[in-house]
Design a protein around this ligand. Structure first.
Ligand code: PNS
Length: 166
């Protein structure tokens, strides 16, 4: 049984993330969507709410949702991966701009644990420009983010920022 850990801030989960989970399920038997701590980022949604949104989205979008687990880990990613019995980190790549950061992360994780490999999947073309950060920026300035995030996330952002539906 091949398990991959798909880590991120998921603050909040976007359609780009869902796309990677869907693609990942074609390759792996099980995916653990892991909310991990990114010290560079201040979060909008508390961890519990992010987990709840991910669970709902997966249940709605994935017919194989029983093969997806959602978890949180405050520490080192490689320690979580080892303790979970997996040895693969799954990451999504959009444009070339992601590359430098992901390259660095992959190499530090490899240095920290040589038994763990990182696998990259390319997001669908229509999600190339989508990130949680850009979605939050647009929503906070009153822009509708319909079609960029799952419905439940759209509703939560709308409650927070009060932009009009379109
Ligand atoms: O969605 P993000 O914010 O780009 O995800 C980054 C994340 C959370 C995957 C990354 O910050 C991470 O792996 N955090 C856990 C701590 C860790 O192991 N860092 C890398 C080695 S220093």
């Amino acid at each position: 049984m091949k398990t991959a850990v798909y880590p991120g801030s998921f603050d909040p989960i976007t359609n780009g993330h869902v796309d990677i989970i869907t693609r990942g399920l074609k390759i792996f038997d099980k995916i653990i969507v892991l909310i991990a701590h990114n010290p560079e980022k201040k979060s909008l949604f508390p961890v519990e709410e992010r987990m709840e949104m991910i669970r709902e989205v997966i249940k709605e979008h994935e017919k194989d949702h029983q093969r997806v687990k959602v978890d949180y880990a405050p520490g080192l990613l490689v320690d979580y991966v080892r303790n979970s019995g997996a040895n693969v980190i799954l990451k999504g790549l959009r444009a070339v701009s992601d590359f430098e950061y992901e390259f660095q992360m992959t190499l530090i994780n490899r240095r920290l644990n040589r038994d763990i490999e990182t696998v990259f999947l390319m997001t669908g073309f229509r999600w190339f420009f989508i990130s949680s950060s850009i979605v939050k920026e647009a929503a906070s300035l009153g822009g509708s983010v319909k079609g960029m995030v799952p419905d439940i996330v759209y509703q939560r952002l709308q409650q927070k920022y009060g932009f009009s539906a379109s």
